[in-house]
Design a protein around this ligand. Structure first.
Ligand SMILES: [Zn+2]
Length: 260
């Protein structure tokens, strides 16, 4: 398949880990507004690990833009949060750089050639869920208690995989769509977003290359209960695929979405 971008195999991709400062945090809360009220993410837990008063939640949902005033209100709401210790961020960065980075991007390039960007930012916090932001190429690592660097790296890898995947997706289907629109692709049983959330199972969790980090023991269906059922329909396509592009095209037929 011709993906229409120049070969950049020698390119080095990197991830920079950072504190989530209040200004950036306010931006991310605003960007994830659909999550504040949304049951539509099919998740057990909420996206933020603190309460957002209804009044501010409404204001966030109803505002088209993050105004200076609203920004200040959100910052005030989160003013007491402690940032993650610098040394923890260093440890995660070190592990990622030494152990994961090279093989992760090599795997991504293998399946989704020329879809990785040269730099990603990963914010580390214990106050919100793992998430990804396509335009800014930023992701969030939810610093879960009691998890080591190897386990945490799997979350970083998943979020960055999503960024790479959606770029790949746009090339395959020759379409630019918002995340919401991709949600709407599909039927009762499966939509475009669900497919995107099944991909890490194959490319990360069940990929032998990452077994040495213990990723094979991670059960993603704890967070996404529907994964088990959907996998019954998707697994055969994964086994029979010619390559990753072929798989993606075929799996989208499950949600009545065809390539144009
Ligand atoms: Zn995910």
């Amino acid at each position: 398949m011709i993906l229409g971008c120049a070969l950049t195999m020698a390119k080095k991709m990197k991830v920079i880990f950072k504190q989530l400062n209040p200004e950036k945090f306010a931006e991310l809360i605003f960007d994830m507004k659909e999550c504040i009220s949304a049951e539509n993410l099919h998740r057990e837990d909420s996206c933020f690990h603190f309460d957002i008063p209804e009044e501010i939640a409404k204001e966030i949902i109803n505002s088209e833009k993050l105004t200076k005033e609203l920004n200040e209100k959100i910052i005030y709401l989160i003013k007491d949060y402690k940032e993650v210790e610098e040394k923890i961020i260093h440890r995660i960065q070190d592990f990622w750089d030494k152990e994961v980075e090279r093989i992760f991007f090599k795997e991504m390039e293998k399946h989704m050639p020329n879809c990785s960007d040269s730099e990603y930012i990963c914010y580390v916090t214990d106050k919100m869920v793992g998430s990804y932001f396509e335009e800014s190429r930023e992701v969030v690592l939810n610093l879960m208690k009691g998890k080591n660097e190897a386990w945490l790296s799997s979350i970083v890898a998943e979020e960055i995989l999503h960024l790479i995947y959606w770029k790949f997706w746009s090339k395959i289907f020759n379409k630019e769509m918002t995340l919401e629109e991709r949600f709407d692709i599909g039927n009762e049983g499966v939509n475009g977003w669900m497919i995107s959330e099944i991909i890490p199972d194959y490319l990360l969790i069940e990929n032998n290359v990452f077994k040495k980090f213990g990723w094979d023991k991670i059960d993603r269906s704890k967070g996404y209960r529907w994964i088990r059922n959907l996998r019954k329909r998707v697994d055969p396509l994964w086994v029979e695929k010619k390559d990753f592009s072929d798989f993606i095209i075929k799996v989208h037929k499950l949600c009545d979405f065809k390539r144009q």
